[in-house]
Design a protein around this ligand. Structure first.
Ligand SMILES: CC(=O)SCCNC(=O)CCNC(=O)[C@H](O)C(C)(C)COP(=O)(O)OP(=O)(O)OC[C@H]1O[C@@H](n2cnc3c(N)ncnc32)[C@H](O)[C@@H]1OP(=O)(O)O
Ligand SMILES: O=C([O-])CC(=O)C(=O)O
Length: 371
């Protein structure tokens, strides 16, 4: 038996959802650049779930299904109010709330294709409401009900702030959702697949995936990037800050990737958006600090930024609380998790790798009095 630390380089499944070949990312064969410039998030959700782009009628139907399913069971909203609200990270709240949603779905355990598709719509719709409702409740504000005539990105921003967002904000947020939707066999998607390969239900798979996304080596990095930018504070302090971190052998969040070698193709879109949005908000300093960090870090380490690096200043410019950055990643990535869960169910086999044992050799049991 051979082992690979972190399963590096191991091909663990076949999938027709997204691919990364020679640093090019595609969803169902469509280049991420093409989708970032042209597709809405709902089109991408449809693409990932159906393996084809929707026509107008199919897209209208999906948008309606999502809008119709956004409302939460009152019990889930009440549950939020019982949390130690100021101590709870929104990712922990989200992980618990998705699991709780499963308790209020009488068909949670039903495994038919039809039931799983209904759960897919319901989860994709409700995750936006969960994140925004929690964000408001913890500030003592009432949750804002979704508006059925709004698109997914617009509804999210509306439910978060209670104000209809500007066109530029909707466009940027929608693009960020497109860019985060799927990414081959990343850690959270693999977690979801491992979970449902036991024939467990979709709520369990998504709950497990949220737990994996939460960590700072994966989706949690975007919040840590903003923390770093705030600690740096100004462009002229960036170089010394990064060099000190590297001298202390600390990792710089938002850089490096297990698969990409030359660079993450999503990062350039987020860099452009960061420039545009920080200029508009009058806070160019977040973009300038980010650029300087990139310059200093890549000169030292030759590791390019990943999707999490410039998304931090993008979300900050949209006025979003920093601890909501990773939940927002989940709002997008749940579309990919669901696509992979459905694909796993379609052609399932239990996922159960082996471990190379490196503990002590055979030992004889010693009675407790003799130890
Ligand atoms: C959506 C996403 O999940 S994208 C990734 C988000 N995560 C981050 O941004 C966290 C920072 N980045 C990292 O920790 C890593 O680059 C990962 C986890 C993303 C990829 O990790 P791996 O492929 O396993 O690389 P690993 O962590 O083993 O690092 C390999 C070498 O590069 C260095 N390295 C990798 N990333 C970084 C970084 N961000 N800062 C400093 N050094 C780094 C490591 O210290 C290590 O150096 P060494 O060989 O001298 O010990
Ligand atoms: O693929 C990975 O390992 C991490 C990543 O970039 C993502 O999940 O978007």
């Amino acid at each position: 038996m051979t082992s690979s630390k972190g399963l590096e380089g191991i091909v663990a499944t076949q999938s027709a959802i997204s691919s990364i070949i020679d640093d090019t990312l595609t969803y169902v064969g469509y280049d991420i650049d093409d989708l970032a410039y042209n597709a809405s998030f709902e089109e991408v959700v449809y693409l990932l779930w159906h393996k084809k782009l929707p026509n107008k009628e199919e897209l209208t139907q999906l948008k309606k299904q999502l809008a119709d399913n956004m409302s939460l069971p009152q019990e889930v909203l009440n549950h939020f109010k019982t949390y130690p609200i100021n101590e709870v990270h929104p990712m922990a709240a989200l992980r618990t709330a998705v699991s709780l949603l499963g308790l209020y779905d009488k068909d949670a355990e039903v495994m038919s294709d039809e039931s799983n598709y209904e759960k897919a719509i319901s989860l994709q719709a409700k995750i936006a409401t969960l994140v925004t409702a929690f964000a408001r409740i913890r500030k003592g504000q009432e949750p804002v009900a979704p508006k059925s005539e709004l698109g997914y990105a617009e509804n999210f921003l509306y439910m978060l702030s209670g104000k209809l967002p500007e066109a530029i904000e909707i466009e940027a947020f929608d693009k960020a959702l497109v860019l985060h939707a799927d990414h081959e066999l990343n850690a959270s998607t693999f977690t979801a697949r491992v979970c449902v390969a036991t024939l467990s239900d979709m709520y369990s798979g998504v709950t497990a995936a949220i737990g994996a996304l939460k960590g700072p080596l994966h989706g949690g990095a975007n919040e840590q990037v903003m923390k770093m930018l705030m600690e740096i504070g100004s462009e002229d302090k960036a170089e010394a800050y990064i060099l000190e971190k590297l001298a202390n052998k600390e990792k710089i969040m938002g850089f490096g990737h297990r698969v990409y070698r030359l660079g993450d193709p999503r990062a350039k879109h987020l860099r452009d958006m960061s420039k545009q949005l920080t200029t508009l908000s009058g806070e160019e300093k977040w973009y300038n600090i980010s650029l300087k960090v990139e310059e200093v870090f890549t000169a030292e380490k030759n590791l390019p930024p990943n999707v999490d690096f410039y998304s931090a200043s993008v979300y900050h410019s949209l006025g979003i609380d920093h601890d909501l950055f990773t939940p927002i990643f989940a709002v997008s990535r749940i579309s990919g998790w669901i696509a992979h869960i459905l694909e796993q169910y379609e052609n399932n086999r239990l996922i159960r790798p082996r471990a190379e044992y490196n503990g002590p050799g055979m030992q004889k049991y010693i009675p407790i009095e003799e130890r």
